[in-house]
Design a protein around this ligand. Sequence first.
Ligand code: G1P
Ligand code: ZN
Length: 540
Amino acid sequence: MHIHQQPTTPFDDQKPGTAGLRKKVAAIAQPHYLENFVEAVFRNVPELTGGRLVIGGDGRYHNDVAIQTIVAMALAHGVQHILIARQGWLSTPAASHLIRARGADGGFVLTASHNPAGPEGDFGIKFNIRGGGQAPSSLTDAIYETSRTLDSYRIADIAPVAIDEVGARELEDGARIDVVDGVADYAALMQQLFDFDAIRDWLSQGHRIIFDAMHAVTGPYARRILVEQLGAPEAAVRNAEPLTDFGGGHPDPNLIYAADLVDEMMGDAPADLAAASDGDGDRNMILGPGLFLSPGDSLAMLAAHLDRLPGYQDGLAGVARSMPTSRALDTVAAARGIDCYETPTGWKYFCNLLDAGRLTLCGEESFGTSSSHVREKDGLWAVLAWMNILAVTDQTLPELARAHWARYGRHYYQRHDYEDLDAEIAERVISELRGRLESLPGQSFEGLEVTAADDFAYTDPIDGSRAEAQGLRVVFGDEARVVLRLSGTGTGAATLRLYLERFVPPGSEMPDALEQLLPVAEAVTRLRAISGRKRPDVVT
Ligand code: G1P
Ligand code: ZN
């Protein structure tokens, strides 16, 4: 095998965001662009030399090209064992599990999550470390630093590897490439965590499920598990064929992009549970007849019920949510006497706590939920957890939600996204509020008094690492919260996210709780006044 030291020049924009490096396909496909980033990873993860590497992704356009590039570079860097998912199809949680289960030294996950795919769309590359978690900031910072000074990369001259069928290939220098079934290990793990017999019975009693894979990577997973293993009818899995452009859609499971499914469930409700996942299979949306279960409620309710399921019978070690996520979780944790951690946005912040055994369940408002079984959020896991809970409680999802609110009270919650903002204007909204934060405590807005206001900073309890400037939060005691932060996953202009939360204690209802909070949020943040926008682009 001939190894080539290819001269290159650095790019100055390879800083990974909330979840890896995300760029337009056109940017990624520039000569040397992907290679430079991959080289920067190899230089900062020396254990890959002589080690084992996992490669897969969400099946989007350019995945095939990127897989071959990474294989050639991995061999040039002395990786001894490469595991590639068949067709390249590997959901983000399945990638995390494969890295863990096979003792790999890391993995490349090729995904831009739900961002549109295709030649004009987005592409993304994420490096996950040993143990299956996303690279921590210390590593992504080091990768970025390396990328800024690179003058060459190592790549092997090899013919493209066939990845259509499962199989093994030994190379002359002792290295080995395995094309593996990306679904099998994951499906086996789900079988350990959940009571498949109970779910099968529940389905055979006539209960119905709809799962929308949105033409992204979860199709093969849902077919194998829901249809083949649990006996749901074929039609239960919609849009099951992964397409390189996601069928032109936007596989983000929320009220906007899965609107048809939401409408069906708010109308005749053809199923007891309807769910959708995103491009790379880490997000989930849960719907019951007439009910959209908000991610914060789903997380809190899972915390209340999870220990009834086989994989969680020892109880929950602790729970965590990202800072902007609804505090509904905190009320359950307090009632159960378990720790509840508040971390910055991004799954990587849960990983140290998970590794240390302090967490069993964690989640984010952005339709992400998972447990200690992997180091990523896991869409299908959440769906199976809910099917299992419905099966063992023999209640409907709306009944369970009503009972939950009656016991713990209800956190009304919304996220408002202001997209395509001029970066300077978005920055000004943030910096002006940052400048006013100190003056806010004690002030009242529409009868709500600010009890605390800060720019969220987090010290990791395990390794002491510090993350600053993680979002501005204005707290009105237990009653309400307004949070504002800049998105870290975009590939173009800036997006501001405004998070609204209003708590209503058990026994009362306030359907217009968030409408009432809106003027308070504007008075506090002056978001609309400064940006000139009249309304958000997306409300979830
Ligand atoms: C968004 C979500 C965040 C999630 C991330 C990756 O990041 O808000 O919760 O972890 O996508 O899926 P953001 O664009 O807000 O930085
Ligand atoms: Zn995703």
